[in-house]
Design a protein around this ligand. Structure first.
Ligand code: HSE
Length: 430
């Protein structure tokens, strides 16, 4: 007789409900592909009455997910609540300790507690799978763990937040303001549930970078300080100026080994409009990986939304049903390295600096003199006057300089009555 796997789905937001519907519709094909049957025995959410896209079976509903494990013999639990702590951590911890496989798209949880949870899964000989936590529907984690398993990876970078990429693209295409486009992204289910700030301040992409680093470099999830900036400060004005310069703004996540030290960053970047990454638009994510002997590999796909996320959740499910009991980070926990971190101060880039100034004699020279003092060389300079308001926008593209140097140099512009706001800084992608 075919083995029947009992399944629980915890969290019935946009992702959870879509997943549930997929599980119901795909029972037959899952059976053919894995030789096993699945049975959804319990579902859980805070509010049974919330309006949902698909009908739920109220007879298997629990408002407290912890009750599920007391009442049912569950084999596989999906956690789709999405918190880094609280009930998300509790239910995952409880499930692993009860020898239940766990599948989650929760990058906040994995990037914060992944080391502990991986150890727990290994100890209990069950899977902790999180393909959907990075880049939505793109099977990047499984590619690193399996398809590229013997490669020595030196760098991974790419567009890892669908919401940010969608907002930047929509602002460029429709001339709409940031907040209007954000509302659309939320309606489409791209933004993080309840807290889009996590998409906009770079945190979501950063959590994904941390997970990618661990898999790529066989290391523990790092807890070091990092460079994390989101798209919050990007204005339509910057998008238009970039366009004139044949550049496009993209939020990039980057992880690489520099002198055997780990450097992880997330920040907006100016990339060439004709480059590959410059043409990954809308909700699309792209992950570019450099490894030996494979060379450069690129994976692209939809990075957010219930459909792509469910696609990855189901791939994790099928992996378990096919009997692939794997270490969460590909190798035994005890063999994961603890990498030293590269000093952010030494990170070096060309910079785009936008100054909003009073249009008065000597203002431009104040800026260029300050740059000269810190040996920051100007590559391009564009000044656009606003005659009516006696203001001007000055955009300077610099040659390469280090983080610490630019920070020191620019600090003076916090208190300068001719400089109307602290300059906007966007790094050019090397
Ligand atoms: N909020 C995330 C994004 C969803 O916009 O990419 C997928 O992790």
């Amino acid at each position: 007789m075919k083995k029947i796997y009992n399944i629980a789905v915890v969290g019935l937001g946009q992702v959870g409900i879509y997943l549930l519907n997929e599980l119901n519709n795909k029972k037959k094909s899952i059976e053919i592909k894995t030789g096993t049957k699945i049975n959804v025995v319990a579902i859980s959410a805070k509010n049974i009455k919330k309006k949902r896209k698909f009908k739920i079976n109220k007879r298997i509903f629990y408002s407290n997910p912890l009750d599920i494990l007391k009442k049912h013999k569950v084999d596989i639990l999906f956690e789709a609540i999405g918190l880094s702590d609280g009930i998300s951590k509790k239910i995952v911890e409880k499930a692993l300790k009860s020898k239940v496989h766990v599948i989650t798209p929760n990058k906040a949880l994995i990037s914060k507690h992944g080391n502990y949870l991986a150890k727990l899964a290994e100890k209990n000989n069950v899977n902790l799978e999180f393909e959907a936590s990075v880049a939505g529907g793109i099977p990047i984690l499984r590619s690193i763990k399996e398809g590229l398993a013997t490669n020595k990876i030196s760098k991974i970078y790419g567009i890892l937040n669908g919401t940010s990429n969608y907002i930047l693209s929509e602002m460029e295409n429709s001339n709409q303001k940031f907040n209007d486009v954000l509302i659309k992204a939320q309606k489409l289910g791209y933004a993080e549930p309840g807290n889009p700030k996590l998409d906009l301040n770079g945190f979501d992409a950063f959590a994904k970078v941390r997970i990618l680093s661990a898999l790529a470099f066989n290391s523990k999830i790092s807890q070091h300080k990092c460079l994390m900036e989101g798209i919050e400060k990007i204005e339509l004005k910057d998008i238009k100026i970039a366009n004139q310069l044949d550049l496009r703004i993209k939020l990039l996540g980057i992880t690489e080994l520099k002198k055997n030290q780990l450097f992880e960053s997330v920040h907006p970047c100016l990339v060439n409009k004709k480059s590959y990454i410059g043409n990954v638009n809308g909700v699309m994510n792209a992950v570019i990986l450099e490894g030996k002997p494979v060379g450069e590999s690129i994976l692209q796909g939809e990075g957010a939304g219930p459909g792509p996320t469910s696609s990855s959740l189901l791939s994790d499910l099928l992996s378990i049903l096919r009997g692939n009991i794997k270490k969460p980070f590909g190798i035994p926990f005890a063999q994961l390295k603890a990498l030293k971190s590269y000093n952010i101060n030494n990170y070096t880039n060309s910079l785009y600096l936008r100054f909003e100034v009073r249009d008065r004699p000597g203002v431009l020279s104040q800026i260029t003199n300050r740059l000269a003092k810190y040996k920051i060389s100007v590559k391009r300079l564009i000044q656009t006057p606003d005659k009516i308001n006696k203001k001007a926008t000055i955009v300077i593209i610099t040659h390469k300089t280090s983080e610490i140097n630019s920070k020191k140099c620019l600090s003076i512009f916090k208190n300068n009555k001719n400089i109307l706001k602290f300059p906007t800084l966007i790094r050019l992608y090397n």
